[in-house]
Design a binder for this molecule. Sequence first.
Ligand code: PGA
Length: 249
Amino acid sequence: MRRKLAAGNWKMNGTAAALSELVELARQVTPADAETLICPPAPLLYPACDKLRGTAIAIGAQDCHAQPAGAFTGDISAGMVADTGATYVILGHSERRDLHAETDADVAAKAGAAWGAGLTAIICIGESGEDRTADRTLDVIAGQLAGSLPDHATGENTVIAYEPIWAIGTGKTPTLDQIIEVHDFIRARLTGRFGQQTGDAIRLLYGGSVKPDNAAEIFTAENVDGALVGGASLKAADFAPIIKALSRA
Ligand code: PGA
C-alpha cells in the first residue's frame, strides 16, 4: 500500500509573510489525511520547519547541489537542506532542466547526494508539447527515467513526478486516459528495473495544472499516488481541497 502524497511546489514565490498560509494549511490538514509536503523557496526552509514542527505537514527544498560543499556560489547542498529539518527535495523540475540546462546525469548525481543526506528525492520527468504531438512521449519518459534515476532507488528514498511540460502553469491537463497510460508505463519500467517489490513501492505523482476542480478525477487513476502542485499550492484555500480529494481517493 503506497501512502498518498500531496506536494506543493511554491517555486520562486513567497516571503516570510507567506508562512501564515502554512500555518493555516496545518490547521486544516490532519494526520488522517494524505501525506502533505510544501516546498517553499530556500530562505523559508528554516522558518517553515520551525513553524510546522509537530504538525502533519512536511517541508522540502526545490533543488540541491550534487556536491556536499565547496565553491558553488548561490547553490545549496543536500546536507544544508536536511539541516533545516526538511525531509524532501524536488529534483530535475522542467524549469531547472530548461532554464538551468540540467541533464538527466545532473539529476541522477543530485539524487545520490539527496539520499546521502537522508532526503527523499522527488524526481521530475515529462514530455514537451512537441514530443506529445510527435508521439514521442513514452520514449522521452523512458529515457528520462533511465538517466535521472540512479540504482538503489527505493520506495522510501524516491518519488517520481510525471509533469508534462505543456501542462505546467497553463491550465491544460492531459486526458485521464493519457495520465493513466504514462503512469502505468512508468510503473512497468520501475518494476522492470528495480523488481516488483521496489517498483511497486515508489510513489508516482501527477503534476501540471492540478486544481481543486480536476484533482478528484486525476486521483482515480490506480498509479497516481498523489500530485505535485504549483500555483494551487500557494494558498491554503486552494491546496486544502486538493489534499482532501486525495485523502478520499
Ligand atoms: P502548476 O505547476 O500546478 O502551477 O501547473 C506544477 C509544477 O510545476 O510542479
